[in-house]
Ligand binder design. Structure first.
Ligand SMILES: *[C@@H]1O[C@H](CO)[C@@H](O)[C@H](O)[C@H]1NC(C)=O
Length: 334
């Protein structure tokens, strides 16, 4: 029996070509690294997903509404939000997990670095178009943050995982920490290697990439690394695109940081190799954070459009397929 990677890839691509449009989590699934958490306020991340994407709460009467895709696999129904929030302000109260694992992101509680609960993001803070249709991202300002401390099936210990997120490459600061990914389950700094999350911004306290930033890096607790120790990583460039795809993945004795312009369909490898000294084996705890550090450091800003966490270490090819979008190419636009 042929069981090589190329054989499995061929089967996967053949199966995918029968799909009208493969969402990122369909692609990860075909790569044998399924999504275990999938969050987006802009679109369904599975071709078949038609459930709620996020929940908004309006200031006028405190009632809530779930916003779903217009149809299965499609862009969020921004018109439903605009109608519900007409004449008042809405905030985002839940970013639903699309995987069925109920790893929903909600208002982050206090942590060891900052009190809480954190503030909620405005529902209208980050309007964009996606495949020509209006949608809203999650604009995180200092003091805001989301978290799931009870996540299931996310990587723990030295377990393998992958993550990607689409972010606004022009919205950042140098404060800690605009993160998305794996963090402590008790909102406290539990020491080196207790986190593995995507970081985006200008943070210069630890490692950096080249140039003046911002950079895609990884928050691995008590340190943000661009890949090579906590030094300048010569292969990790400053980001200049409006929409950026950021990737961080890790498995025993190996991790990688990748990135690219989310609108052009190509990803570069900014680091692939060993973890910084003192960070292997990892001690991941499996909680999920958005817009904050693992200890609830909540002074950063940034904008999140979508992101997922997987079980297993995704191949570069799988990640490249997500950016290429498989037809049709996903078109983020300001
Ligand atoms: C908002 O309310 C106004 C006044 O009732 C109405 O004219 C407008 O169409 C509404 N907009 C939306 C998006 O529902």
């Amino acid at each position: 029996m042929p069981t090589s990677t190329s054989y499995r890839l061929a089967i996967g691509l053949a199966a995918m070509s029968s799909l009208a449009a493969a969402g990122p989590c369909d692609i990860y699934g075909h790569g044998d690294t399924p999504c275990v958490a999938a969050h987006s306020s802009t679109r369904a991340l599975y071709d078949a997903y038609s459930g709620p994407l996020y929940q908004v709460s309006r200031a006028s009467d405190g009632t809530t509404a779930d916003i779903s895709p217009v149809s299965a696999g499609s862009v969020a129904d921004a018109a439903a939000q605009d109608s519900f929030c007409n004449g008042t302000d809405c905030s985002v109260t839940i970013i639903y997990d699309q995987t069925g694992n109920a790893n929903h992101l909600t208002q982050a509680p206090a942590g060891s670095a900052a009190g809480g609960p954190d503030k909620l993001a405005s529902a209208t803070g980050a309007p964009i178009t996606l495949n020509g249709k209006k949608a809203y991202g999650i604009k995180i300002e200092p003091g805001m943050g989301y978290r799931c401390n009870t996540a299931v099936k996310t990587a723990t210990g030295d377990g393998a995982e992958g993550m990607y997120a689409v972010l606004d490459g022009t919205d950042y600061n140098g404060q800690c920490c605009f993160d998305y990914g794996n963090a402590e389950t008790n909102s406290a700094d539990n020491g080196n290697a207790h986190m593995e999350a995507i970081y985006f911004g200008l943070g210069t306290g630890y490692g950096t990439g080249t140039g003046s930033g911002p950079w895609i890096m990884a928050d691995i607790e008590n340190g943000i690394s661009a890949g090579n120790q906590f030094d300048v990583t010569s292969t990790n460039p400053s980001i200049t695109s409006r929409f950026v795809t950021a990737v961080v993945k890790g498995e025993p004795n190996q991790w990688s940081i990748r990135g690219g312009d989310a609108t052009t369909g190509s990803l570069g490898t900014y680091w692939s190799g060993e973890y910084p000294t003192g960070y292997s084996p990892m001690k991941k705890e499996g909680a999920i954070i958005l817009g904050i550090g693992g200890d609830n450091s909540n002074w950063a800003q940034g904008t999140f459009y979508e992101g997922v966490m997987t079980s297993g270490y995704p191949s570069d090819n799988t990640e490249n397929s997500i950016v290429t979008g498989m037809p049709p190419l996903v078109k983020f636009a300001a």
